[in-house]
Design a protein around this ligand. Sequence first.
Ligand code: IPE
Ligand code: IPE
Ligand code: MG
Length: 252
Amino acid sequence: MTAMPPTSASEGNVPRHLAIIMDGNGRWAERRRRPRIIGHRAGARTVNLVIDFCIEKGIEVLTLFAFSSENWGRPQDEVSALMKLFANALEREVDELNRRNVRIRFIGERVRFPDTILERMNAAEALTAGNTRLTLAIAASYGGRQDIVQATQSLVHDVLAGTLRPEDIDETVLDARMALADLPPPDLFIRTGGEHRISNFLLWQLAYTELWFTEKLWPELDTEALQHALDDYAHRERRYGLTSAQILEKSA
Ligand code: IPE
Ligand code: IPE
Ligand code: MG
């Protein structure tokens, strides 16, 4: 262990928004010579652990990458099994999350889901819309590039309708059309499963997010590893292109 000042995330500097790529379910199962879906089921339990952790730490927003635009291309049996798991999770978990004052959101192309799932997603959002303890954003059928495409379409629509001038489009205007626009941007990104890549997650929103990777597979992620990520985050200096001296001056 390196010598660090005795500050920890529990003493402040906790991320407001944590965004996670939940990766490694398939490998977790394959290592046990079990079908991949067993790994996805085990992974669903980790979701509850992370939600509890965020509530306990006072994190305001948790965004979870559950299913990417590209994951539709997996073998049909895996996609169907994932859909079943998703439908069951919606059935089983939403009331409890509502009771715990969690606001549920979905980002991504939800029209690609079967109607039964789509209805449950809409119902979960409606039921929990007024909750304030934690915002849980689930990225399902989500792709960062697709997010930029839909924002662009929305802007072009307004330009053609004459309600927006092209010269008025700036970063703030585009940002307002992106997923999660009304929430603070992710402060900390975690990816489990050992891969060091973004895999088309929040491309726009992650511009200045602190990145943290772990070899642990998603089903084996524990509170200790999460705390490690938070402690690491608490010691980072976010400079946003400025110098360290400027940042220190600002915070003085
Ligand atoms: C992440 O785990 C869950 C989804 C993408 C739905 P994976 O299924 O990608 O697990 P690995 O990466 O193959 O181990
Ligand atoms: C990213 O994981 C998507 C989710 C966790 C939902 P993938 O397993 O699909 O990413 P790649 O294929 O390793 O880049
Ligand atoms: Mg994977």
